[in-house]
Ligand binder design. Structure first.
Ligand code: NAD
Length: 494
């Protein structure tokens, strides 16, 4: 069985405590995983701090760092089959999704390398400068030692989004993977150690809430970057307040998906299914609140209820599978509980609502794709479920659709479906969310920012905004006046 060790100061090491990571599809063991002790966590932070102040890292110019990012991208591609296979067995991601994840992780490092080469770490502001008085510069500098915590749904991609900007900015980090899915980040650790990254720049550990809390309390941590649920995000924000650590939060969502009366139904129906069923609904940006113009709702409803029967729930390793199991029994129970709540509240079940069974499916935690007709006060219209469940409601006017879409504590993503993109853009601009797709869903561009409004988060990942969130900005004032007689302001104190 594979052994997943701690990656601290460039070394792979074991520890006293370990556990077995299981395949969500079969319950079979995937790897023996070592949990860090408090001393291991402290050692990882110390290594990150030493690396941050090392001349090797401090003096490494951006072109060399970009080269390292590009090498990482290449090595991910070289090991794509192994990474895909492990992501499937460790996280229950279906083959198609795992392949896309590996591709996306590699392409993120590559795009970031390109952004880094162009990024100006020192910028003269001509507008703020005046000849004979001052020259003014903005200087971007790494924040310092970071602590990063990621969830279990996109293990490799989440690790890439965290580690990439740390390297690009010249920071250092201790990243904690989710205990449910620790395997692929450890392959990434092997890749990092082969790409010329100085030891201690990136340290990778795993663990649960206990390890995460302990890591964040370390006073050497200057920035916390967390991806996970909104409830844990709130706790993390409180803990970051103690030492006023910089913070980025990528949190939960309940994203609205609006189908206008002029939408192309052949695209919108499939897009809607993809929006909420991708990775069994365990994506933060899932389109789980569907708002359909009542004029087209009868036709839309017929079409979606017919089409949902074609969705392939199956074994993750089967190349034809559309989505596989949910990550574990706890997540399965949470989803089934939401289905029960919806039934009790009087939501109308249009399809699914049951465990998916038969053959090998009986060994894992599979759930049928589920459609409910709801009213906006129903629980599943408002709370994040993180499962293959869609809450559908209708609207009379576009103003009503926008109001319903924005009536949420979340603001991560959303979509508008219409044959008139200019009109759809007007609606998109009124949605209080970090991403809006028009006639599209889930696609992300590594050169563009991703993150949430409202309780879906603080800050952005990817794009220039993502890189800047790992940088401090310094105002550098250079006097352009070298004659004492002209420095009349000095006289104010004499
Ligand atoms: P979670 O909040 O339970 O856990 C996320 C991570 O935080 C895990 O590594 C966990 O071990 C750690 N953790 C838990 N409690 C902690 C604590 N008190 N202190 C420090 N660390 C702690 O979330 P999850 O169940 O792993 O993931 C699902 C959630 O993540 C969903 O809400 C989803 O929307 C969100 N998510 C958001 C994004 C995004 O980019 N916005 C991406 C993926 C997932």
């Amino acid at each position: 069985m594979k052994e997943i060790k701690l990656f601290i100061n460039g070394n792979f090491k074991t520890s006293e405590q370990s556990f077995i990571s299981e395949n969500p599809a079969s319950g079979e063991p995937v790897a023996k995983v070592y949990l860090p002790s408090k001393q291991d966590i402290d050692e990882a932070v110390d290594a990150a701090e030493t690396a941050f102040y090392s001349t090797e890292w401090k003096n490494m110019d951006k072109m060399k760092r970009a080269e390292i990012l590009e090498k990482i991208s290449e090595k991910i591609k070289e090991r794509r089959n192994e990474l895909t296979e492990l992501e499937v067995s460790d996280s229950g991601s279906c083959l198609r999704k795992a392949k896309a994840d590996v591709h996306n992780a590699a392409s993120y490092f590559k795009v970031l390398a390109g952004q880094l080469r162009k990024f100006e770490f020192e910028l003269k502001d001509e507008g703020a400068s005046r000849a004979g008085f001052s020259q003014n510069y903005k200087v971007f500098e790494p924040v310092g030692v970071c602590a990063q915590i990621i969830p279990w749904n996109f293990p490799l991609v989440m690790a890439a989004w965290k580690i990439g900007p740390v390297i690009a900015a010249g920071c250092t980090t201790v990243i904690k993977t989710a205990q449910e899915t620790p395997v692929t980040a450890s392959i990434l650790a092997e890749i990092l150690s082969e790409c010329g990254l100085p030891k201690g720049v990136v340290n990778i550990i795993t663990g649960g809430a206990k390890e995460g809390e302990y890591l964040l309390k370390n006073p050497k941590i200057r920035k916390v970057a967390f991806t996970g649920s909104t409830s844990v995000g709130k706790k993390i924000m409180q803990s970051a307040g103690v030492n006023l650590q910089k913070i980025s939060l990528e949190l939960g969502g309940k994203s609205p998906n609006i189908v206008l009366s002029d939408a192309d139904l052949s695209i919108a129906v499939d897009g809607t299914l993809y929006a909420f069923l991708y990775h069994s609904g365990q994506a933060c940006d899932s389109g789980t609140r569907l708002l359909v113009d009542e004029k087209i709702y009868p036709a839309f409803k017929d079409a979606i209820v017919k089409r949902i029967k074609d969705v392939k729930v199956g074994l993750p390793q089967d190349p034809n599978t559309g989505y596989g199991p949910v990550v574990n029994k706890k997540q399965f129970d949470t989803i089934m509980n939401y289905i029960e709540i919806s039934k009790k509240e009087g939501a109308k079940l249009l399809y699914g609502g049951l465990r998916a069974t038969g053959g090998d499916l009986d060994k894992g935690h599979y759930i049928m794709p589920t459609l409910f007709e709801v009213t906006p006060d129903h629980t599943i219209f408002n709370e994040e479920i993180f499962g293959p469940v869609l809450a559908i409601t209708t609207f009379k006017t576009e103003e009503e659709a926008i109001k319903l879409a924005n009536k949420s504590i979340y603001g991560l993503a959303g979509a508008v479906w219409s044959k008139n993109p200019e009109h759809a853009k007007k609606i998109a601009r009124q949605l209080e969310t970090g991403t809006v797709w028009i006639n599209e869903y889930h696609l992300l561009n590594p050169g563009m920012p991703f993150g949430g409004y409202k309780q879906s988060g603080i800050g952005r990942e990817m794009g220039e905004e993502g890189l800047k969130s790992y940088l401090e900005v310094k105002h550098l004032w250079v006097s352009d006046c070298d004659e004492r007689s002209k420095k009349s302001w000095f006289d104010a104190i004499f």
